[in-house]
Design a protein around this ligand. Sequence first.
Ligand SMILES: Cc1ncc(C[n+]2csc(CCOP(=O)(O)O)c2C)c(N)n1
Ligand SMILES: [Mg+2]
Length: 262
Amino acid sequence: MSGTVIVFDFDKTIVDVDSDNWVIDELGFTDLFNQLLPTMPWNSLMDRMMMELHSKGKTIEDIEEVLHRIPLHPRVIPAIQAAHAFGCDLRIVSDANMFFIETILKHLGIREYFSEINTNPGYVNEEGRLRILPYHDFNKASHGCTLCPPNMCKGLIIDRIQDSISQEGNKRMIYLGDGSGDYCPSLRLKERDFMMPRKNFPAWDLICKDPLLVKAEIHGWSDGEELEQVLLHLINKISMEENVHEQLIASDCKLQTLSVSA
Ligand SMILES: Cc1ncc(C[n+]2csc(CCOP(=O)(O)O)c2C)c(N)n1
Ligand SMILES: [Mg+2]
């Protein structure tokens, strides 16, 4: 079992567009969306838009059909499969929603590669309408992070994952993301971790302003092909370092045995 945890953002990292915009645009609701956007938080607006879709006769099947043809780069699935075959623990942290993400991943046949999906709840209610709720209930209390949107601080989720894996030994993390919401988690990574921001996207631009704030090693990527190359290179690098480490421990044991018997 590899000691590597890989955390993927979803929109513009696994899929090549924002799934929220994809659904709204493909179903012809862009104008209403743009009109309402200045009046409410993104996550609340998505719930509202699902109500609008429902009231205009758009069904869950219509939404699923649009999600099934979301654009993604052909090398992303092979990259995910290879990382999983290496024994890495794959997780998702996304400000999209559970319904969109699970519908897409199941359709692509890659849902089971991920041990965990952290995202905004999304479910079909008794009227057949999709409800989208905040991951963090900001009406109850703020999560307190000023870098992140009110409904989700990805940094807090990374802290929680780091706490839970610290009991499993010396695990290392690779984080892939594109958006401004992926900047906060990049600041939480440790020296031995890796940050993979998408080049010339918001997370990359924020990191470039003061790269020394990120303790992890930074490796950019531009598209699915480069994502695959860089990710597999890092997995290999970690795996070789683990082997060297194990050999050092083994030879150290041997030395101790020799010195005891001498
Ligand atoms: C200027 C501006 N206004 C609103 C938003 C909100 N937004 C756009 S797409 C998306 C889902 C991201 O999912 P994932 O975390 O999987 O990439 C969210 C929350 C934004 N990014 N930028
Ligand atoms: Mg994203």
